[in-house]
Write a protein that binds this ligand. Structure first.
Ligand SMILES: Cc1ncc(COP(=O)(O)O)c(C=O)c1O
Length: 445
Protein backbone atom coordinates (compact mmCIF):
# COMPACT_ATOMS: atom_id res chain seq x y z
CA UNK A 1 0.00 0.00 0.00
CA UNK A 2 1.34 3.43 -0.89
CA UNK A 3 2.02 5.79 1.97
CA UNK A 4 2.14 9.54 1.92
CA UNK A 5 3.16 12.29 4.22
CA UNK A 6 0.07 14.03 5.54
CA UNK A 7 0.12 17.75 5.23
CA UNK A 8 0.41 17.91 8.99
CA UNK A 9 2.17 14.95 10.66
CA UNK A 10 -1.02 13.45 11.97
CA UNK A 11 0.01 12.53 15.50
CA UNK A 12 1.69 15.86 16.08
CA UNK A 13 -1.12 17.90 14.58
CA UNK A 14 -3.86 16.22 16.54
CA UNK A 15 -1.88 16.18 19.73
CA UNK A 16 -1.08 19.84 19.15
CA UNK A 17 -4.78 20.61 18.93
CA UNK A 18 -5.38 18.77 22.16
CA UNK A 19 -5.11 21.58 24.61
CA UNK A 20 -6.34 21.28 28.13
CA UNK A 21 -9.96 22.45 28.15
CA UNK A 22 -10.07 26.04 29.26
CA UNK A 23 -12.91 27.55 31.23
CA UNK A 24 -12.85 30.67 29.07
CA UNK A 25 -12.42 28.89 25.76
CA UNK A 26 -15.20 30.06 23.58
CA UNK A 27 -14.75 30.12 19.85
CA UNK A 28 -15.11 27.07 17.68
CA UNK A 29 -11.76 27.80 16.08
CA UNK A 30 -10.07 27.34 19.41
CA UNK A 31 -11.78 24.21 20.39
CA UNK A 32 -10.09 21.10 19.07
CA UNK A 33 -10.34 20.09 22.68
CA UNK A 34 -9.20 17.04 24.56
CA UNK A 35 -12.80 16.29 25.39
CA UNK A 36 -13.65 16.37 21.73
CA UNK A 37 -10.72 14.13 20.93
CA UNK A 38 -11.72 11.72 23.66
CA UNK A 39 -15.18 11.47 22.14
CA UNK A 40 -13.59 11.09 18.76
CA UNK A 41 -11.61 8.04 19.76
CA UNK A 42 -14.04 6.49 22.20
CA UNK A 43 -17.47 6.89 20.74
CA UNK A 44 -17.45 8.98 17.63
CA UNK A 45 -16.14 6.23 15.46
CA UNK A 46 -18.60 3.49 16.07
CA UNK A 47 -19.61 1.68 12.94
CA UNK A 48 -23.42 1.58 12.81
CA UNK A 49 -23.68 -1.48 10.64
CA UNK A 50 -22.92 -4.98 11.88
CA UNK A 51 -21.97 -5.82 8.30
CA UNK A 52 -19.17 -3.34 8.72
CA UNK A 53 -17.65 -4.24 12.07
CA UNK A 54 -15.83 -1.69 14.05
CA UNK A 55 -12.17 -1.29 13.15
CA UNK A 56 -9.75 -1.83 16.04
CA UNK A 57 -10.11 0.91 18.62
CA UNK A 58 -7.04 2.76 19.77
CA UNK A 59 -6.86 0.76 23.01
CA UNK A 60 -6.82 -2.49 21.08
CA UNK A 61 -4.35 -1.06 18.61
CA UNK A 62 -1.99 -0.05 21.36
CA UNK A 63 -2.31 -3.54 22.75
CA UNK A 64 -0.49 -4.94 19.74
CA UNK A 65 -3.02 -5.64 16.99
CA UNK A 66 -2.36 -5.31 13.28
CA UNK A 67 -3.13 -1.61 13.46
CA UNK A 68 -0.42 -1.15 16.07
CA UNK A 69 2.06 -2.91 13.82
CA UNK A 70 1.19 -0.58 10.98
CA UNK A 71 1.61 2.40 13.30
CA UNK A 72 5.00 1.17 14.44
CA UNK A 73 6.14 0.75 10.85
CA UNK A 74 4.78 4.00 9.58
CA UNK A 75 4.58 6.90 11.98
CA UNK A 76 3.07 9.10 9.27
CA UNK A 77 -0.27 7.26 9.27
CA UNK A 78 -1.10 7.14 12.91
CA UNK A 79 -4.38 8.82 13.69
CA UNK A 80 -7.96 8.36 12.63
CA UNK A 81 -9.64 11.50 11.35
CA UNK A 82 -13.39 11.83 11.21
CA UNK A 83 -16.48 10.73 13.04
CA UNK A 84 -19.25 8.31 12.26
CA UNK A 85 -21.59 10.21 14.59
CA UNK A 86 -22.91 13.71 14.10
CA UNK A 87 -21.07 15.69 16.74
CA UNK A 88 -18.68 18.58 16.30
CA UNK A 89 -15.07 19.00 17.32
CA UNK A 90 -15.85 22.56 18.27
CA UNK A 91 -16.56 22.22 21.98
CA UNK A 92 -19.81 23.60 23.42
CA UNK A 93 -20.99 27.09 24.33
CA UNK A 94 -19.34 28.52 27.46
CA UNK A 95 -22.83 29.41 28.68
CA UNK A 96 -23.57 25.69 28.78
CA UNK A 97 -20.44 24.59 30.58
CA UNK A 98 -20.88 27.40 33.13
CA UNK A 99 -24.51 26.44 33.75
CA UNK A 100 -23.61 22.77 34.11
CA UNK A 101 -20.81 23.65 36.56
CA UNK A 102 -23.20 25.72 38.63
CA UNK A 103 -25.82 22.96 38.55
CA UNK A 104 -23.24 20.48 39.80
CA UNK A 105 -22.26 22.88 42.57
CA UNK A 106 -25.93 22.96 43.56
CA UNK A 107 -26.04 19.17 43.27
CA UNK A 108 -28.90 19.26 40.80
CA UNK A 109 -28.67 15.54 40.26
CA UNK A 110 -32.16 14.34 40.93
CA UNK A 111 -34.95 13.06 38.76
CA UNK A 112 -36.74 15.29 36.31
CA UNK A 113 -39.65 17.07 37.98
CA UNK A 114 -42.39 19.50 37.05
CA UNK A 115 -40.16 22.50 37.72
CA UNK A 116 -37.55 21.32 35.22
CA UNK A 117 -40.23 20.62 32.62
CA UNK A 118 -41.56 24.17 33.08
CA UNK A 119 -38.05 25.60 32.63
CA UNK A 120 -37.48 23.52 29.54
CA UNK A 121 -40.79 24.51 27.98
CA UNK A 122 -40.09 28.18 28.59
CA UNK A 123 -36.58 27.99 27.12
CA UNK A 124 -37.57 25.94 24.07
CA UNK A 125 -40.69 28.07 23.52
CA UNK A 126 -38.58 31.23 23.64
CA UNK A 127 -36.03 29.86 21.18
CA UNK A 128 -38.70 28.78 18.69
CA UNK A 129 -40.46 32.14 18.94
CA UNK A 130 -37.26 34.16 18.51
CA UNK A 131 -35.79 31.94 15.78
CA UNK A 132 -38.82 31.00 13.68
CA UNK A 133 -41.71 33.12 15.00
CA UNK A 134 -43.33 29.86 16.01
CA UNK A 135 -45.33 29.80 19.24
CA UNK A 136 -46.73 26.32 19.86
CA UNK A 137 -48.55 26.01 23.20
CA UNK A 138 -45.78 25.51 25.78
CA UNK A 139 -47.56 22.53 27.31
CA UNK A 140 -47.27 20.81 23.93
CA UNK A 141 -43.45 20.81 24.27
CA UNK A 142 -42.58 17.52 25.93
CA UNK A 143 -39.16 16.27 27.06
CA UNK A 144 -37.57 13.01 25.96
CA UNK A 145 -34.08 11.76 26.69
CA UNK A 146 -33.08 12.03 23.04
CA UNK A 147 -34.69 12.03 19.64
CA UNK A 148 -33.99 8.39 18.86
CA UNK A 149 -35.85 7.49 22.06
CA UNK A 150 -38.60 9.91 21.00
CA UNK A 151 -38.76 8.35 17.54
CA UNK A 152 -39.08 4.90 19.04
CA UNK A 153 -41.84 6.13 21.35
CA UNK A 154 -43.79 7.69 18.48
CA UNK A 155 -43.52 4.49 16.44
CA UNK A 156 -44.65 2.43 19.41
CA UNK A 157 -47.68 4.52 20.31
CA UNK A 158 -48.73 6.22 17.08
CA UNK A 159 -48.08 3.52 14.47
CA UNK A 160 -49.84 0.14 14.75
CA UNK A 161 -47.53 -2.85 14.76
CA UNK A 162 -46.94 -4.09 11.22
CA UNK A 163 -47.82 -0.78 9.58
CA UNK A 164 -44.98 0.56 7.44
CA UNK A 165 -43.53 4.02 7.82
CA UNK A 166 -42.09 6.19 5.05
CA UNK A 167 -38.51 7.42 5.06
CA UNK A 168 -37.13 9.55 2.24
CA UNK A 169 -33.63 8.22 1.59
CA UNK A 170 -30.75 8.49 2.02
CA UNK A 171 -31.91 8.97 5.59
CA UNK A 172 -30.50 9.29 9.10
CA UNK A 173 -29.47 5.76 10.01
CA UNK A 174 -31.83 5.07 12.97
CA UNK A 175 -34.84 6.05 10.83
CA UNK A 176 -34.10 2.87 8.93
CA UNK A 177 -32.67 0.60 11.59
CA UNK A 178 -35.00 1.25 14.55
CA UNK A 179 -38.49 0.64 13.04
CA UNK A 180 -37.91 -2.99 12.01
CA UNK A 181 -36.71 -3.82 15.54
CA UNK A 182 -40.22 -3.03 16.79
CA UNK A 183 -42.21 -4.50 13.94
CA UNK A 184 -42.65 -1.38 11.81
CA UNK A 185 -41.27 -1.96 8.31
CA UNK A 186 -39.79 0.94 6.37
CA UNK A 187 -40.74 2.02 2.87
CA UNK A 188 -37.75 3.86 1.47
CA UNK A 189 -38.56 6.64 -0.98
CA UNK A 190 -35.32 7.79 -2.62
CA UNK A 191 -34.80 11.51 -2.99
CA UNK A 192 -34.22 12.68 -6.56
CA UNK A 193 -30.79 14.08 -7.32
CA UNK A 194 -31.41 16.72 -10.00
CA UNK A 195 -29.04 19.23 -11.58
CA UNK A 196 -30.61 21.92 -9.45
CA UNK A 197 -30.40 19.99 -6.20
CA UNK A 198 -32.21 17.32 -4.22
CA UNK A 199 -35.96 17.00 -4.75
CA UNK A 200 -38.68 14.93 -3.09
CA UNK A 201 -40.25 12.21 -5.16
CA UNK A 202 -43.86 13.23 -4.59
CA UNK A 203 -45.22 10.37 -6.70
CA UNK A 204 -43.04 7.98 -4.71
CA UNK A 205 -44.45 9.40 -1.47
CA UNK A 206 -48.00 8.97 -2.79
CA UNK A 207 -47.28 5.38 -3.76
CA UNK A 208 -45.84 4.69 -0.30
CA UNK A 209 -48.97 6.06 1.41
CA UNK A 210 -51.10 4.04 -0.99
CA UNK A 211 -49.28 0.91 0.21
CA UNK A 212 -50.70 1.45 3.68
CA UNK A 213 -48.12 3.63 5.40
CA UNK A 214 -49.39 6.51 7.50
CA UNK A 215 -46.36 8.10 9.13
CA UNK A 216 -43.86 10.06 7.06
CA UNK A 217 -40.50 10.95 8.57
CA UNK A 218 -39.72 14.42 7.30
CA UNK A 219 -36.14 15.24 8.23
CA UNK A 220 -35.62 18.91 7.49
CA UNK A 221 -32.85 19.97 7.26
CA UNK A 222 -32.13 16.56 5.86
CA UNK A 223 -29.40 14.38 7.34
CA UNK A 224 -27.32 13.16 5.45
CA UNK A 225 -27.81 15.22 2.27
CA UNK A 226 -28.01 18.65 3.90
CA UNK A 227 -31.13 19.70 2.01
CA UNK A 228 -33.29 22.54 3.31
CA UNK A 229 -36.87 22.10 2.10
CA UNK A 230 -38.54 25.12 0.49
CA UNK A 231 -42.12 26.23 1.07
CA UNK A 232 -43.50 24.85 -2.20
CA UNK A 233 -42.12 21.39 -1.33
CA UNK A 234 -43.52 21.50 2.18
CA UNK A 235 -46.88 22.61 0.81
CA UNK A 236 -46.99 19.64 -1.57
CA UNK A 237 -46.03 17.27 1.23
CA UNK A 238 -48.81 18.78 3.32
CA UNK A 239 -51.33 18.11 0.52
CA UNK A 240 -50.20 14.51 0.10
CA UNK A 241 -50.24 13.78 3.84
CA UNK A 242 -53.69 15.31 4.13
CA UNK A 243 -54.95 13.29 1.15
CA UNK A 244 -53.92 10.06 2.89
CA UNK A 245 -54.82 11.19 6.42
CA UNK A 246 -51.20 10.69 7.37
CA UNK A 247 -48.94 11.90 10.15
CA UNK A 248 -45.65 13.73 9.77
CA UNK A 249 -42.84 13.23 12.20
CA UNK A 250 -40.93 16.43 11.47
CA UNK A 251 -37.36 16.02 12.71
CA UNK A 252 -35.92 19.52 12.75
CA UNK A 253 -32.91 18.93 14.96
CA UNK A 254 -30.54 20.47 12.39
CA UNK A 255 -32.63 23.65 11.96
CA UNK A 256 -30.10 26.06 13.53
CA UNK A 257 -27.35 24.72 11.26
CA UNK A 258 -28.51 26.28 8.00
CA UNK A 259 -25.43 27.29 6.01
CA UNK A 260 -26.97 28.79 2.88
CA UNK A 261 -29.45 31.58 2.20
CA UNK A 262 -32.65 29.53 2.27
CA UNK A 263 -34.16 29.82 5.76
CA UNK A 264 -35.40 26.89 7.78
CA UNK A 265 -39.19 26.68 7.65
CA UNK A 266 -40.89 24.93 10.55
CA UNK A 267 -43.26 22.47 8.91
CA UNK A 268 -45.94 22.55 11.61
CA UNK A 269 -45.88 26.34 11.83
CA UNK A 270 -47.02 26.81 8.24
CA UNK A 271 -50.73 26.08 8.55
CA UNK A 272 -53.32 24.71 10.98
CA UNK A 273 -53.66 21.67 8.70
CA UNK A 274 -49.93 20.91 8.89
CA UNK A 275 -49.91 21.50 12.65
CA UNK A 276 -52.78 19.05 13.05
CA UNK A 277 -50.99 16.17 11.34
CA UNK A 278 -47.51 16.77 12.75
CA UNK A 279 -45.39 15.79 15.69
CA UNK A 280 -42.22 17.87 15.67
CA UNK A 281 -38.96 16.54 17.08
CA UNK A 282 -36.29 19.02 18.01
CA UNK A 283 -33.38 19.47 20.36
CA UNK A 284 -30.56 21.84 21.21
CA UNK A 285 -28.15 18.96 21.31
CA UNK A 286 -27.06 18.97 17.65
CA UNK A 287 -26.49 22.68 17.06
CA UNK A 288 -24.94 23.30 20.45
CA UNK A 289 -22.98 20.07 20.49
CA UNK A 290 -24.35 18.68 23.73
CA UNK A 291 -25.83 15.27 22.75
CA UNK A 292 -24.44 13.55 25.84
CA UNK A 293 -26.58 15.73 28.11
CA UNK A 294 -29.71 13.80 27.09
CA UNK A 295 -32.58 16.16 26.50
CA UNK A 296 -34.72 16.34 23.38
CA UNK A 297 -38.24 17.59 22.76
CA UNK A 298 -41.35 16.35 21.01
CA UNK A 299 -43.91 19.01 20.19
CA UNK A 300 -47.51 17.86 19.80
CA UNK A 301 -49.55 20.38 17.84
CA UNK A 302 -52.57 18.11 17.51
CA UNK A 303 -54.49 18.06 20.83
CA UNK A 304 -55.45 14.40 20.28
CA UNK A 305 -51.81 13.45 19.84
CA UNK A 306 -50.97 15.38 22.99
CA UNK A 307 -53.73 13.59 24.89
CA UNK A 308 -52.37 10.24 23.72
CA UNK A 309 -48.88 11.29 24.82
CA UNK A 310 -50.28 12.22 28.23
CA UNK A 311 -51.42 8.59 28.55
CA UNK A 312 -48.16 6.96 27.45
CA UNK A 313 -45.38 9.53 27.69
CA UNK A 314 -44.55 9.66 31.39
CA UNK A 315 -41.71 7.15 31.45
CA UNK A 316 -40.19 8.53 28.27
CA UNK A 317 -40.21 12.00 29.77
CA UNK A 318 -38.84 10.68 33.02
CA UNK A 319 -35.66 9.47 31.30
CA UNK A 320 -34.70 13.03 30.38
CA UNK A 321 -31.70 14.29 32.30
CA UNK A 322 -32.00 17.26 34.61
CA UNK A 323 -28.52 18.28 33.48
CA UNK A 324 -29.80 18.05 29.92
CA UNK A 325 -32.51 20.57 30.81
CA UNK A 326 -29.87 22.83 32.35
CA UNK A 327 -27.68 22.54 29.25
CA UNK A 328 -30.58 23.12 26.84
CA UNK A 329 -31.80 26.14 28.77
CA UNK A 330 -28.30 27.65 28.83
CA UNK A 331 -27.74 26.93 25.13
CA UNK A 332 -31.01 28.52 24.09
CA UNK A 333 -30.69 31.52 26.38
CA UNK A 334 -26.96 32.19 26.15
CA UNK A 335 -25.58 30.32 23.15
CA UNK A 336 -26.74 32.30 20.13
CA UNK A 337 -23.46 34.15 19.58
CA UNK A 338 -21.50 30.91 19.92
CA UNK A 339 -23.85 29.29 17.42
CA UNK A 340 -23.25 32.12 14.96
CA UNK A 341 -19.48 31.61 15.18
CA UNK A 342 -19.91 27.86 14.87
CA UNK A 343 -22.01 28.17 11.74
CA UNK A 344 -19.28 30.39 10.26
CA UNK A 345 -16.66 27.78 11.14
CA UNK A 346 -18.82 25.08 9.58
CA UNK A 347 -19.19 27.08 6.37
CA UNK A 348 -15.40 27.37 6.23
CA UNK A 349 -14.85 23.67 6.90
CA UNK A 350 -17.46 22.60 4.37
CA UNK A 351 -16.05 24.96 1.74
CA UNK A 352 -12.56 23.62 2.38
CA UNK A 353 -13.71 20.05 1.85
CA UNK A 354 -15.58 20.95 -1.33
CA UNK A 355 -12.66 22.90 -2.74
CA UNK A 356 -10.22 20.05 -2.15
CA UNK A 357 -12.56 17.39 -3.55
CA UNK A 358 -13.70 19.40 -6.55
CA UNK A 359 -10.12 20.23 -7.53
CA UNK A 360 -9.40 16.50 -7.72
CA UNK A 361 -12.70 15.34 -9.23
CA UNK A 362 -11.19 14.78 -12.67
CA UNK A 363 -8.55 12.43 -11.21
CA UNK A 364 -10.67 10.66 -8.62
CA UNK A 365 -14.29 10.57 -9.80
CA UNK A 366 -15.36 11.63 -6.29
CA UNK A 367 -18.45 13.84 -6.46
CA UNK A 368 -20.10 15.94 -3.81
CA UNK A 369 -22.83 18.59 -3.59
CA UNK A 370 -22.70 21.61 -1.32
CA UNK A 371 -25.00 21.00 1.68
CA UNK A 372 -27.50 23.76 2.42
CA UNK A 373 -27.43 22.87 6.11
CA UNK A 374 -25.72 20.54 8.59
CA UNK A 375 -22.01 19.76 8.62
CA UNK A 376 -22.44 16.50 6.78
CA UNK A 377 -21.06 15.86 3.32
CA UNK A 378 -22.68 13.20 1.23
CA UNK A 379 -19.87 11.96 -0.93
CA UNK A 380 -20.46 9.94 -4.08
CA UNK A 381 -17.81 7.27 -4.60
CA UNK A 382 -19.65 5.35 -7.32
CA UNK A 383 -17.24 6.44 -10.03
CA UNK A 384 -14.15 5.55 -8.02
CA UNK A 385 -12.29 2.30 -7.54
CA UNK A 386 -12.94 2.42 -3.80
CA UNK A 387 -15.98 0.18 -3.86
CA UNK A 388 -15.12 -3.47 -3.58
CA UNK A 389 -17.40 -6.49 -3.46
CA UNK A 390 -18.09 -7.48 0.13
CA UNK A 391 -16.26 -4.58 1.81
CA UNK A 392 -18.21 -1.47 2.70
CA UNK A 393 -16.66 1.79 1.58
CA UNK A 394 -16.44 3.11 5.13
CA UNK A 395 -14.42 0.15 6.23
CA UNK A 396 -12.13 0.33 3.21
CA UNK A 397 -11.42 3.98 3.97
CA UNK A 398 -10.79 3.28 7.62
CA UNK A 399 -8.34 0.57 6.81
CA UNK A 400 -6.57 2.28 3.93
CA UNK A 401 -6.52 5.84 5.18
CA UNK A 402 -7.55 6.06 8.83
CA UNK A 403 -10.49 8.08 7.64
CA UNK A 404 -13.69 7.57 9.61
CA UNK A 405 -16.98 8.06 7.77
CA UNK A 406 -20.47 6.60 7.83
CA UNK A 407 -21.18 4.05 5.15
CA UNK A 408 -23.89 5.28 2.81
CA UNK A 409 -25.66 1.93 2.81
CA UNK A 410 -26.57 2.54 6.45
CA UNK A 411 -28.70 5.42 5.15
CA UNK A 412 -30.76 3.15 2.91
CA UNK A 413 -30.44 1.45 -0.47
CA UNK A 414 -30.11 4.84 -2.12
CA UNK A 415 -26.92 5.35 -0.13
CA UNK A 416 -24.93 2.49 -1.59
CA UNK A 417 -21.70 3.79 -3.08
CA UNK A 418 -21.75 6.92 -0.92
CA UNK A 419 -20.20 7.84 2.40
CA UNK A 420 -21.20 10.52 4.89
CA UNK A 421 -18.34 12.66 6.08
CA UNK A 422 -18.71 14.81 9.17
CA UNK A 423 -16.96 18.08 8.35
CA UNK A 424 -17.36 19.64 11.81
CA UNK A 425 -13.62 19.59 12.28
CA UNK A 426 -11.06 22.37 12.21
CA UNK A 427 -10.32 23.32 8.60
CA UNK A 428 -6.85 21.84 8.52
CA UNK A 429 -8.20 18.50 9.68
CA UNK A 430 -10.90 18.64 7.02
CA UNK A 431 -8.23 19.26 4.40
CA UNK A 432 -6.13 16.40 5.73
CA UNK A 433 -9.17 14.09 5.72
CA UNK A 434 -10.11 14.99 2.16
CA UNK A 435 -6.53 14.54 1.00
CA UNK A 436 -6.59 11.06 2.52
CA UNK A 437 -9.81 10.33 0.67
CA UNK A 438 -8.37 11.55 -2.59
CA UNK A 439 -5.20 9.54 -2.15
CA UNK A 440 -7.21 6.44 -1.31
CA UNK A 441 -9.27 6.89 -4.49
CA UNK A 442 -6.12 7.40 -6.55
CA UNK A 443 -4.53 4.31 -5.02
CA UNK A 444 -7.66 2.30 -5.72
CA UNK A 445 -7.43 3.37 -9.38
C1 LIG B 1 -31.82 14.02 11.97
C2 LIG B 1 -31.41 13.52 13.32
N1 LIG B 1 -32.35 13.17 14.20
C3 LIG B 1 -32.04 12.71 15.41
C4 LIG B 1 -30.71 12.59 15.80
C5 LIG B 1 -30.39 12.01 17.13
O1 LIG B 1 -30.55 12.93 18.11
P1 LIG B 1 -30.45 12.46 19.61
O2 LIG B 1 -29.01 12.51 19.99
O3 LIG B 1 -31.28 13.47 20.34
O4 LIG B 1 -31.00 11.08 19.67
C6 LIG B 1 -29.70 12.96 14.93
C7 LIG B 1 -28.31 12.81 15.32
O5 LIG B 1 -27.40 12.93 14.54
C8 LIG B 1 -30.06 13.44 13.65
O6 LIG B 1 -29.13 13.81 12.76
Amino acid sequence: MRRWAPRLPAAASLAGACRAPSKTHSTPAESGSCAARRRHTMSGNRAADPRCPRAPARREAEGGTVAATVHARDPLVTEDIGRALAEMEFGSPPAVTRALGAALDREELGYLGAAEIDRLQAAVGGWLRDSYSWTPPVDAIRPVADLVAGFRAILTHFVPEGEPIIVPTPGYMPFLSVPPTIGRPVIEVPMLATDSGWRYDFDGLRRAFARGARLLVLCNPHNPIGKVAVESELAEIERIVDEFDGIVLADEIHAPLVLGDAPHIVYAARSPRAAAHTITATSATKAFNIPGTKCGQLIFTNPQHLARWAEVGHWYEHQTSVLGVVATEAAYRGGRAWLGETVEALRASVSEALAVLEAAEGRTGIRVRRPEATYLLWIDLRETGLLREGVCAARALREASHLVVTDGADCGEAGRGFVRFNAALPREHVREAMERLIRAAEDAG
